[in-house]
Design a protein around this ligand. Structure first.
Ligand code: 4NP
Length: 159
């Protein structure tokens, strides 16, 4: 039975919403389901650039993620100021995403919802999730390594 409690909502944000953030959403949702918390925690993703809105995730990311058991099926959309009303946590993949979100946040209080994905990394020494769009297969695999660790730690932080 569905809980009547309001769900905690997490929004993952990158540039195009076709590589990093939909993969982060899929990995995070997978862990949320494994933990049996799908009635308590909800995720979505969006991009600061709207040029890919309506598209499926990049085929290279879908393939790399599926190889690890994550189905990345989100339809791309652009992030909106109104998302800050809806979401409890807004997670930027890199510093440019972070700056763009800071400018979009309607209030100082809303800007406090913005975090960096790399802040949830504990073993990887990197301060952002690199854009794999112009990289080869190893770039997508590296991003997934980072996202798996960050999503696991993010979920732990919410429990
Ligand atoms: P994402 O990757 O921000 O991880 O979705 C990109 C996707 C598209 C573009 C850049 C990055 N682009 O320039 O179209």
């Amino acid at each position: 039975m569905e809980s009547s409690e309001k769900k905690y909502k997490v929004l993952f944000v990158c540039l195009g919403n076709i590589c990093r953030s939909p993969a982060a959403q899929a990995v995070f949702e997978h862990y949320v389901r494994e933990a049996g918390l799908q009635d308590r925690i909800q995720a979505d993703s969006a991009g600061t650039y709207g040029g890919h809105a309506g598209s499926l995730p990049d085929r290279r990311m879908r393939t790399a993620a599926l190889y690890r058991g994550f189905a990345v099926t989100h339809t791309a959309r652009r992030v909106r100021a109104v998302d800050f009303l809806d979401f409890d946590l807004v997670i930027a993949m890199d510093d440019q995403n972070y700056e763009d979100l800071m400018h979009l946040a309607p209030s100082v209080e809303d800007s406090h919802k913005i975090k960096r994905m790399a802040d949830y990394l504990t073993t990887h020494r990197i301060s952002y999730i690199p854009d794999p769009y112009y990289m080869g297969a190893e770039g997508f695999s590296h991003v997934l390594d980072l996202l798996e660790e960050a999503c696991a730690n993010l979920l732990d932080s919410l429990k």
